[in-house]
Ligand binder design. Structure first.
Ligand code: AMP
Ligand code: ZN
Ligand code: FE
Ligand code: FE
Length: 317
């Protein structure tokens, strides 16, 4: 529900001479985690931005998996719609042996170490599709890589959801959810690991690129044991900026517990939809939002570090 807006304008220097201008205010509706067809969402980036406006959002981040390719189209639509578009990316990383998602905002797309790493992840995502297709075919569900790529319609980052879509189209399963639950999740016949960098390295690259790093859905899908107080403390010491607390994968008690831990560790608390269009149920735009004051804390950290991860001289902690 819309609340009366009290807005003000701030400018943050993201890198010397490069000023990010943004609107802040109480009552702003901010959603910091969404996916388009550029990865495994079902809306084109410009459609997603228009939908964001319709859902009453003032600020929306496009955070496709491992790619920046939706930014240009989203920026253009955002300018037309009067929505603030935050360029973001959800980076596939690993922490110990777990696959972990790291959200990054306002990274410089021209920063080579991060761009190169994302390209490496995308390449392995594609190779992995072949391995998944082979495994499913051997298990009696014939799937060809070419079919999956045709379904992915030129997505820059391909993944299991695209395989799931083919399985639905071929009548093997009724939905993406069933494909994951029965065939594609860890422990299932069609599960194949993908390449992902260590999360601490990824945090360093995000900072090198001038951005901020937020741990996505830390207690979703059984990863609560991994992200206990000790691990979150280690990541905070490694420079992690925030944690996504309000996410559909967290129940009420988990949100409360995680919020308390984040506050104790001085990590920024975010809330987001993780919208995938029709690709994921229950993740409608704006279903969770980020408090404007928390977003402001993140913005204050944007561009404050040198490419080596230390804070720029004169930048406030
Ligand atoms: P991948 O990137 O190939 O490892 O696939 C993981 C992605 O699949 C996640 O980021 C989600 O977007 C999506 N996903 C995971 N579980 C499900 C599910 N049960 N139904 C639909 N999408 C899912
Ligand atoms: Zn996804
Ligand atoms: Fe994720
Ligand atoms: Fe996501």
């Amino acid at each position: 529900m819309a609340r009366p807006h009290e807005q003000w304008h701030v400018q943050v220097e993201t890198s010397p001479g490069d000023v990010l201008s943004t609107t802040l205010g109480t009552g702003l509706r901010i959603d910091l985690h969404t996916h388009s067809v550029v990865s495994d969402g079902t809306d084109r980036p410009e459609v997603l931005v228009r939908q964001a406006r319709r859902h009453g959002l003032d600020v929306v981040a496009l955070t496709d998996h491992d790619t920046y390719d939706g930014w240009d189209a989203a920026h253009e639509a955002a300018a037309e719609e009067g929505v603030e578009l935050v360029p973001g990316v959800e980076i596939s990383t690993h922490c110990q042996s777990y696959g972990v998602h790291l959200l990054a905002y306002h990274v410089d797309a021209g920063y080579r170490p991060l761009a190169r790493e994302l390209a490496r992840i995308r390449l392995d995502r594609r190779d992995r599709l072949q391995r998944i297709a082979t495994r499913l075919t051997q298990a009696g569900l014939p799937v060809e890589l070419s079919e999956v790529l045709a379904h992915a319609k030129g997505a820059s980052a391909v993944g299991r959801p695209h395989v799931a879509d083919v399985m639905v189209a071929k009548g093997y399963v009724a939905s993406r959810d069933e494909a994951f639950a029965t065939w594609l999740s860890y422990g299932c016949v069609g599960y194949v690991e993908k390449y992902a960098p260590d999360i601490v390295d990824a945090i360093g690259w995000v900072h090198g690129a001038g951005g901020v790093a937020v741990l996505a859905h830390p207690w979703g899908r059984g990863s609560r044991r991994l992200f206990d107080r000790t691990m979150l403390t280690l990541l905070a010491e490694a420079g992690l900026d925030g944690v996504e607390v309000d996410h559909q994968d967290h129940d009420h008690a988990e949100r409360a517990g995680l919020r308390e831990l984040a506050t104790e560790l001085d990590l920024v608390v975010t809330g987001s939809s993780d919208y995938h269009g029709t690709g994921k149920n229950g993740h409608e735009l704006g279903v969770n939002t980020t408090e404007p004051a928390e977003w402001e804390r993140l913005l204050e950290r944007v561009g404050q570090r040198t490419p080596h991860g230390t804070r720029r001289p004169g930048a406030e902690a």
